[in-house]
Design a protein around this ligand. Structure first.
Ligand code: AMP
Length: 190
């Protein structure tokens, strides 16, 4: 089983690359941001709870996010593996994920980190916001707050996965195809 974490700041290309990996390796793609947006659009209790956090570019509380992620994994008991996109984003999410997977005799195979400078990311996100209409992509202040959330709460996971020998940094500023090739090479060897 291949269980991959796609790691990186907002706009680094996690969603785009997940689409390639999902098809190539027949994996289930779980994007916590997409699940939250689906709930928001459908005005579910979870969506209503998450809205305020998402609109400001803050992280949704761990308990809620962890429970949601576990529910998504449980929907696919026969999966060949998973791509976790946008999860985990805090140390307690990463620890909860390890505990949850180990109860199912599963584990994380690798964390693939797409590295892109913040100045490039701001341009990408503002562009994406024009098409997607995402409120959190349309305002530079909110985008900078998402980076601040990443730098304080998510960046410590780099050492968490390095300590497990699972961290693979990739330059995320190249072409989509060449990044996809690099990721595919790594995943093939897992
Ligand atoms: P994304 O599409 O991954 O950039 O996520 C959009 C927003 O959803 C984030 O800014 C957070 O408010 C929320 N979100 C997504 N994933 C998580 C997570 N793992 N933990 C907490 N909040 C999350």
């Amino acid at each position: 089983m291949k269980n991959i974490i796609l790691f990186g700041k907002p706009g680094a290309g996690k969603g785009t690359q997940a689409e390639f990996l999902k098809v190539t390796f027949d994996l289930i793609h779980i994007s916590t941001g997409d699940v939250f947006r689906f709930n928001l659009k459908n005005e579910t209790p979870l969506g209503i709870l998450a809205k305020g956090y998402m609109d400001n570019g803050d992280l949704v509380p761990d308990e809620v996010t962890i429970q949601m992620l576990e529910g998504e994994v449980d929907k696919h008991p026969n999966a060949a593996g998973f791509i976790f996109d946008g999860f985990p984003r805090t140390t307690s999410q990463a620890e909860a994920l390890d505990t949850f997977l180990s109860k199912k005799a599963m584990s994380i195979s690798a964390t693939l980190a797409l590295e892109v400078s913040e100045d490039i990311l701001v341009k990408r996100l503002l562009n994406r916001g024009k098409d997607s209409g995402r409120a959190d992509d349309q305002d530079e202040e909110k985008i900078r707050n998402r980076f601040a959330e990443y730098n304080s709460k998510t960046a410590p996971l780099i050492d968490f996965y390095k300590a497990q020998g699972k961290f693979h940094p990739i330059n995320g500023e190249g072409s989509i195809t060449s990044i996809a090739e690099q990721l595919t090479d790594i995943v093939e060897q897992l």
